[in-house]
Design a protein around this ligand. Structure first.
Ligand SMILES: Nc1ncnc2c1ncn2[C@@H]1O[C@H](COP(=O)(O)OP(=O)(O)O)[C@@H](O)[C@H]1O
Ligand SMILES: [Mg+2]
Length: 391
């Protein structure tokens, strides 16, 4: 049957636009394609990050072949080091915070809540930046078809990223490990497995896949696939961060099974608060069914989008503590213009050339609590925490 004019027209449009997407896709495959970390670190910032004083760093520069940091012609002050140079200093002085490969397990943390717009992706991205600046090796896995995290790393999800570039290459995709879909990012210390819209469609295929299984064990195994995939690559990292879809589904349940610890972002609003209680009820049911032997190291609610201007928000924090007790972080993630700008310009507060110190201080407080929760799980770090009087 000859094609109708409508089909002809659609074919013509698709031939043209798919060619364009293919080109963008190729661009996306080349690492560090466009985005780069513009922020530099002053000698005193670098000293604090490395754990050695400025003079010691300056002396080591020549030995490490580090190009002298450029000077500002106006005041002759050094402009700063790059994150890669700071990492070279850490290696040189043995001050990397990496976990002990023998004694400490990589920590898989999911930013999860079944509600959208509560700050899951924001928490995930900025926590990754925080940990990487501290010198940890981080793998970020975007499992949300909305691909917010993927975009923040400089990719255009559905143009540059296809199904084969995501966790779907492994989940029912036939690849024996997640290794093949890990890509380096422009941000030293952070690797990424990106997401795209195909993850949304994959939910249906995964449900059909489950229906084909003949035993309860085989059905449960489908929910543990991501966990196995992560185990195959986690040895190269200190922390694996999972950004989750805002819905209950096969992928978000895989995230729940794969995680060692949960950060549950909850917006500082009454409605979100009760939906988090509902989230805990739901995951209680599913964990009991899918992974009854599961051991979460910790589960902690993170209060987000907190507006300091209103008294009622302060009361809200008290309510959160009354309700979730120990299972809520003490620090809260404030509503900040820098974070909104970040989603518009794809540059997070930690990446800004001139960061807003107040915002960084707030985020350091929030993520410092999470870092401590991680360190508490690593036997090799206990003596240092003890010495600091932390435990
Ligand atoms: N601390 C914050 N301050 C200001 N805006 C924020 C903050 N955290 C998140 N947002 C904004 O709220 C929206 C939803 O955040 P996002 O992290 O994408 O939520 P989720 O991943 O849960 O859907 C985004 O537009 C984001 O820029
Ligand atoms: Mg999100």
């Amino acid at each position: 049957m000859p094609a109708t004019p409508a089909i002809d027209k659609l074919d013509a449009i698709l031939a043209y636009s798919e060619n364009f997407l293919d080109k963008m896709h190729e661009m996306g495959q080349s690492p560090h394609a466009r985005k780069s970390l513009q922020r530099l670190f002053s000698p005193s910032e670098a000293a604090a990050m490395v754990g050695r004083d400025r003079t010691t760093l300056a002396r080591a520069e020549a030995e490490l072949g580090i190009e002298l940091p450029a000077r500002n012609p106006e005041n002759n002050r050094r402009v700063g080091y790059t994150l890669s140079q700071i990492e070279a200093f850490r290696q040189h002085f043995g001050t990397s915070p990496h976990r002990d490969p023998e004694r400490d397990q990589p920590m898989v943390i999911a930013c999860q809540n079944f509600k959208g717009g509560v700050g899951k992706s924001t928490s995930c991205i900025n926590l990754a930046h925080y940990l990487a600046l501290k010198g940890y090796r981080v793998l970020v896995i975007d499992t949300d078809s909305q691909a917010t995290t993927t975009s923040m790393f400089g990719y255009v999800p559905d143009a540059e990223i296809t199904q084969e570039d995501t966790i779907l290459a492994y989940l029912g995709g036939g690849q024996p490990t997640l290794e093949t879909v890990i890509r380096k990012t422009y941000f030293e210390g952070i690797d990424l497995i990106p997401a795209c819209l195909a993850l949304y469609e994959a939910e249906i295929a995964l449900v059909l896949h489950i229906a084909e299984q003949t035993t309860p064990e085989a059905r449960r195994a489908v929910f543990a696939e991501l966990s196995y995939g992560i185990q195959s690559v986690a040895g190269n990292y200190d922390v694996v961060l999972l950004d989750s879809p805002p819905a209950l589904g096969v992928i978000s349940l895989n995230v729940l099974v794969a995680a060692d610890a949960l950060v549950v972002p909850t917006a500082a609003k009454m409605f979100d608060f009760s939906s988090t209680v509902q989230f805990f009820r739901m995951i209680r049911t599913y964990v009991a069914q899918l992974a009854p032997e599961k051991n979460y190291r910790w589960i902690s609610v993170l209060t987000t989008l907190f507006d300091q201007r209103y008294d009622s928000q302060r009361q809200f924090v008290d309510v959160m503590r009354a309700c979730f007790g120990e299972s809520v972080f003490q620090r809260v993630f404030f509503h900040a213009a820098e974070v909104i700008n970040a989603s518009a310009q794809f540059i997070g507060p930690y990446e800004q050339i001139k960061p807003n110190r107040k915002v960084l201080e707030m985020m350091d407080g929030v993520f410092g609590e999470i870092e401590l929760a991680i360190l508490r799980e690593w036997p090799s770090k206990q003596a240092a925490l003890n010495a600091k009087g932390i435990i």
